[in-house]
Design a protein around this ligand. Structure first.
Ligand SMILES: Nc1ncnc2c1ncn2[C@@H]1O[C@H](COP(=O)(O)OP(=O)(O)OP(=O)(O)O)[C@@H](O)[C@H]1O
Ligand SMILES: [Mg+2]
Length: 339
């Protein structure tokens, strides 16, 4: 289930297929789960609208596929404001930022995905822009150089990150609204699966929705993907209806186990338990052992393994828990004696 790192360039939705677009919730009311976040956002949105002011800048943090981009678009829709999208790695020069910011329509939502990958030197460009809607830029070079300050229209910056910890404190502090998205409960995921089935015109039984929800590692994007795979199976090998049994068969074929772990999840645990005697082992070494990028393991795989209590992070690296041994059907080693 490795997610391709997707870099959004301005104006383009690279790597997003049409289906994903059609399944995206459009309004806050369609956004399932994350209740406290939804309520807090709704209050902020109403207050800003009532005052006729732009919404405070918003930072959305959390693992991939939990709805950060969806929420950013929803905020723009609720404000009836234009949505302009870019990504940290796409911004290479100060001029890129100046061009985007000065072209914003008043009140626009400016979305910076993967904001933790923004070049450190460029980060500072955002400070005055976020605080006072000013953008000082240097014109010319050497002795003739001078600084002119551009006035910016009112706008709301929404930053999304899978790694809030990598953001510098001055940048993070300039976001008046900060939220962390948490993995979804199975009931919420079942609601999302039902909603997607309706949009995609998939015949779905209640037990089928739950079987998929249970194995979606708390992630709506995964739930939608599994729904499509199970539908394929149901249409070709089953009765055309997504039932729990169809889900079991399809997910067994995909090697997704009853906890929702896929092959790479199990490879990570297996490498930890078998090759590194339970760890701790450094992330880079672990990544090499399973043939995956360290970043992908940390962003995509690890959060769920941690949440499920299968993996521990220690100062000396990653370690397997007794539960990991149990899940793999292995005998956990006796705790080391003290000597
Ligand atoms: N709360 C939700 N309710 C319904 N569907 C959701 C919800 N959150 C996410 N989704 C679905 O999951 C998909 C992925 O969500 P989204 O692209 O917003 O995640 P993301 O956090 O931006 O991920 P990434 O970090 O990879 O960019 C969406 O296309 C949407 O279909
Ligand atoms: Mg996104």
């Amino acid at each position: 289930m490795s997610e391709e790192p997707r870099i959004h360039t301005p104006g383009a939705l690279a790597g997003e297929d049409e289906l994903d677009l059609s399944l995206r919730p459009r309004r806050l009311a369609e956004f399932v789960g994350q209740d406290s976040l939804r309520e807090q956002l709704s209050v902020s949105l109403e207050a800003a609208t009532a005052r006729g002011e732009p919404l405070d800048h918003v930072l959305l943090a959390g693992p991939p596929g939990l709805g950060k981009t969806s929420l950013a678009q929803i905020v723009a829709a609720e404000l009836e404001a234009p949505f302009v999208q870019t990504a940290g790695p796409a911004l290479e020069r100060k001029g890129d930022i100046a061009a985007l910011l000065t072209a914003l329509e008043p009140g626009a939502v400016f979305f910076v995905d993967e904001i933790h990958r923004l070049n450190r030197a460029l980060e500072e460009t955002f400070y005055p822009a976020m605080e006072d809607r000013r953008l000082p830029i240097t014109i010319g070079q050497g002795a003739g150089a001078r600084v002119v300050t551009l006035e910016l229209p009112p706008f709301t910056l929404i930053g999304a990150t899978t790694r809030a910890g990598l953001l510098s404190t001055p940048l993070r502090d300039r976001f008046g609204i900060q939220h962390r998205l948490e993995p979804y409960a199975p009931d919420d995921l079942a609601t999302i699966v039902r909603r997607s089935a309706e949009i995609l015109d998939v015949r779905l039984e209640e037990d089928g929705a739950h079987a998929i929800a249970e194995r979606s590692r708390g992630t709506p994007r995964v739930a939608n993907r599994l729904l499509r795979r199970v539908r394929d199976w149901a249409e070709v090998r089953g009765s055309g209806v997504v039932t729990a049994q169809a889900a079991d068969s399809a997910l067994a074929l995909l090697e997704v186990d009853e906890l929702g772990l896929d092959r790479l999840d199990r490879d990570i645990l297996s490498a930890l338990c078998r090759r590194f005697s339970g760890g701790p082992v450094g992330l880079t070494t672990l990544a090499v052992a399973v043939g995956e990028e360290a970043d992908t393991i940390e962003d995509v795989y690890e959060p769920y393994l941690l949440q499920q209590g299968l993996l521990r992070r220690t100062p000396r690296g990653r370690a397997a828990t007794a539960l990991a041994y149990e899940h793999l059907g292995l005998q956990a080693p006796e705790p080391a004696g003290l000597w």
